[in-house]
Design a protein around this ligand. Structure first.
Ligand SMILES: [Zn+2]
Length: 454
């Protein structure tokens, strides 16, 4: 989109056992409200925070490395206090590090900076209730340069980022832990920031709404205010946030209680060596090693578990046939049941057995599809499911086709002289026997081929 400039700021929880500056556990979801807390993470006067949680620092370095950032190793990284007043923050300041990584890049999007930050608590506005269990949980903050030119571009890139994070395995697995701020300007006008969006779809929707709103103002000769807005997902619109939340003077200052981080160059280098194969390079390898289409490869590498299962299945099944099933029927069936492959508990062995049957044309594509639907719900050996569903009774489609053709010589001759209804009659006969387990297109092909041979 012309003139549109979008930048993103992403917050994701790091997967550590304890909080950033104290020993409280981070699995606060399990705990009753305000139980997973101590004087440090509730910001009580005189409380003494620990040094920074090392696991959290290492996680940030790992992510920054995977995003091709330069790691700040030549000077101490201060932990700073960012002041604001809100009920979720009893200390009155949030601790956030100076950049740990800078000048990164992922999928042609420049990363501005990567920071370590503590999460505030949660304030339930309607109930007037504060829960501080989340307070002090470590977060990574990733900011991009304003390089996205459309809401869709932003959403697609966020999916790539989520995929990289899934490979690194240092962030929380629960859904909805990622929170995104998006800033947007039109034709180099005022920058509007939309805060705290909780899903990629909503980022796209909020930005699309903002473009329409700002374009409308500009068309009428009005000014777009520089402001912070909030996205209402039910109404699908953004509205200005209250003044308190938009306060921009955070009065940043180094936290006198926390020693600055000193990141050794050797640690950064060592971390780089331990990075797993990331989705981009894996997709390239899949194309080369298995002769897959770029689209199939990209589709399969987005989730590391699926990519691993594919590679194991491809040891015994033709990789192209397997990948078509992975991104086609398998994906469709899983989506329909709102599941991931991991959730389904289908084993590699079961998938491989099913695809081997398809590869050797022992069952029709349609029968395999029906089997897969059952497997997703009740993982079992496909042979057993095929037997239970009675899908093998009519065996090889070609045998049935041959029988029907032999039995109906008149219809075959009529078809050959150009009578379409004769062909439809034959299709109907085969469908009667296969009871819908073979798809009509396959039957037609088999019949045409069979009739030609006669
Ligand atoms: Zn604590």
């Amino acid at each position: 989109m012309k003139g549109v400039k979008i930048g993103l700021e992403i917050h994701e929880q790091l997967d550590t056992k304890s909080k950033l500056f104290c020993a409280c556990p981070t699995d606060y979801r399990e705990a009753e409200p305000n139980k997973s807390i101590c004087p440090v993470c509730t910001g009580q006067p005189g409380s003494k925070p620990f040094g920074v949680n090392e696991k959290a620092v290492n996680a940030v370095i790992k992510i920054a490395m995977a995003l091709n950032c330069k790691i700040v190793t030549n000077r101490p990284v201060q932990i700073r206090r960012k002041h604001y007043i809100y009920p979720d923050l009893p200390s009155g300041y949030q601790r956030t590090s100076e950049p740990i990584g800078t000048e990164g890049e992922l999928n042609n999007v420049q990363i501005h900076e990567v920071h370590l930050e503590e999460d505030p608590g949660r304030f339930f506005l309607r109930e007037g209730f504060v829960d501080l269990n989340r307070s002090g949980t470590p977060l990574i903050e990733i900011t991009t340069e304003p390089v996205f030119d459309s809401p869709q571009h932003a959403r697609e890139w966020l999916e790539k980022l989520a995929s990289v994070l899934a490979y690194l395995d240092v962030t929380k697995k629960e859904e909805g832990t990622m929170r995104i701020d998006a800033n947007i300007s039109l034709n180099n006008g005022s920058k509007v920031e939309i805060k705290n969006i909780n899903s990629f779809r909503n980022v796209e929707k909020a930005l699309a709404f903002e473009i329409t709103r700002q374009e409308d103002l500009l068309r009428r000769g009005l000014i777009v205010d520089r402001e912070t807005r909030h996205f209402d997902e039910k109404m699908i619109l953004t509205s200005p946030s209250r003044k308190k939340e938009t306060e921009e003077d955070y009065r940043h200052m180094p936290d006198p209680d926390i020693p600055p981080l000193l990141i050794k160059k050797e640690l950064a280098e060592k971390t780089k060596e331990t990075l797993p194969e990331l989705p981009q390079s894996k997709a390239k390898r899949f194309v080369k090693q298995y002769q897959l289409s770029g689209q199939n490869a990209e589709n399969m590498v987005s989730d590391p578990y699926t990519a691993d299962v594919f590679e194991n299945v491809a040891k015994t099944v033709d990789p192209v046939i397997a990948s078509n099933w992975f991104v086609g029927q398998l994906k469709k069936t899983l989506n329909y049941n709102s599941m991931t492959l991991r959730d389904s508990k289908i084993t590699e062995k079961q998938l491989a057995s099913l695809l081997k049957l398809v590869e050797r044309q022992k069952i029709t594509e349609r029968a395999a599809e029906l089997t897969l639907r059952e497997m997703v719900l009740r993982p079992e050996e496909p042979a057993k499911i095929i037997e239970n569903l009675g899908l093998l009774e009519f065996g090889d489609l070609n045998t049935i086709v041959k029988e029907i053709l032999d039995k109906n010589e008149k219809a075959v001759n009529d078809y050959k002289t150009g009578r379409k209804e004769a062909f439809e009659y034959l299709v109907g006969q085969v469908m009667k026997i296969t009871k819908g387990s073979a798809d009509p297109e396959t039957i037609r092909k088999a019949l045409k081929r069979g009739a030609e041979l006669k």
